[in-house]
Design a protein around this ligand. Sequence first.
Ligand code: M6R
Length: 614
Amino acid sequence: MCGIVGYVGKQQAYPILIKGLHRLEYRGYDSAGLALINANDELNVYKTKGKVVNLEHFVEGKDSTGCIGIAHTRWATHGEPSQINAHPHYSKTKNIALIHNGIIENYADLKKKLQAKGIEFVSDTDTEVLVHLIEYIYQRDKSNMVTAVQVALNQVIGAYAIAIIDRNNPETLIVARKSSPLVIGIGDGEFFLASDASPIVEYTKQMIFLDNDEIAVINLKSGVKVKKLNNVEVTPEIKEVMLDVGQLEKGGYPHFMLKEIFEQPECLINCMKGRVNVDLNDVKLAAIIDNKQTLLNANRIVILACGTSWHSGLIGKYLIETFCKIPVDVEYASEFRYRNSVISPNDVVIAISQSGETADTLAAIELAREKGAFVYGICNAVGSSIPRVTHTGSYIHVGPEIGVASTKAFTGQVTVLTMFALALAKAKNIIEHDKFLEMIKELSLIPDKIREVLKHNDKIADLAKIFTYARNFIYLGRGYCFPVALEGALKLKEISYIHAEGYPAAEMKHGPIALIDEEMPVVFIATQNSLYEKVVSNMQEVKARKGRIIAIVNKGDHKLQELADYCIEVPATVDSLEPLITSIPMQLLAYHIAVCKGKNVDQPRNLAKSVTVE
Ligand code: M6R
């Protein structure tokens, strides 16, 4: 949930660290800090509450020189967002500075022991325990710093990615990870460090993705040496990461979220490239071809995910049950991992995650693997943790998603799940040929249909102005569009802070109908699918109670134009592909309402892009 950046080389570290922090601000943005060792071997730590830009102002006029440094952007877990609690944290002698992403679960116990030895703490963080523990062991054992880090980390329970600099060793970064990501970039006589590849990619494409329980010593002269916490040396694999810096910029849009909404047609073309072949009437996913028998033998599929990815998982359930006739359960990863989940070796687990780093999803995968299940990952972030701990999987290939509210990753996940369902149904030989052809044709038309929806952007922006007053919203849909209602409500609440609920439209009469009055905006996904008439009846019920209806309708639906207060038209498609179209106006409505309310849509309060804590 926090972002880590580091540099050692011949260049001044400060501008590289600041630029890196800006790229990682999506991970956390309540405070920021950095540590630099200057040419006189002085270790300077600067930190502030708030965003990276505050840190830049704070450092103005101060000594920001040095060719080695570490930097951090925080998402608070232990201790409120404040200058004191911001990272880096100094050791007692102020010789060492440390940054951390993760949670030290046994920090209270370790803190008590260190306090008993006379060590004073200045912050409320769990992280400060680490830096004091490392220095304490270093002094007690008169060992070297790397050994001290190893001994300290062996006493720690929890998750961490850490980076340390020591003014007595000003050409070396020491880093380690367990459950939180860390990437090392290898340049020409210089080395970079970050929580993901985005701060590194403009300097080098050669990267090492550190594994769990690994510690790396990055020295300007001797390069990168990696070992396990138990001291066994490891030969690190250097990967070439192809990421375009342009994809990390806003490209003329006022926010990443809007850019990412508008990118969706291209993203879905990329996602389907080489997989959906309209000329050959085929859908291929390499992971299905390679693991065909295992997938065909599946008794049951269990989908594990969180947040928006859980919503796409719910659509996946409808798709897989419809086309493959395999029972599917969709579970919140956080619930699955702590209840007595029944999983057997004949179950296939699909783990869905944009970031590939979500702590609950990672833990749920580990549990499913322990119980013998075969695990298939659906991820966006290449080289992230989930693709490395699953048996197989498919990337969604929609490019980096920077806005905290997930948009293009959602439609990318639904597209992969659609391809998965179709390819598996074909492998099982249970889908009618004509239906299969219709699906491929319709799937290939989706990017153009999304382009048509995007043309309503201005109209939706006008509509948003009308609803900025609202304190609550209800989203209703049925069938494949029920998860879209859930996703629409989540988008609105996370960026506009308006309370919103998504329901299956027919459930409304079992309780939520009591909320309807002339103040209540109700968004209906009311496209002309097999449940259309039923949704229209639900709409009548809302109308009768004077609710203010915003309806997502198919082009030319005059009946609903009369019934609803406001309509947004979308092109028609088959029922099972409607989420790919109807989710777009949901995203735009949430975006424009949040903009009208003056909210920070890319970095909403209390949230972070990568939820690496449970
Ligand atoms: O990276 P993941 O897909 O595993 O993340 C899961 C959720 O944290 C994420 O979808 C979250 O709900 C988003 N902020 C939704 O926009």
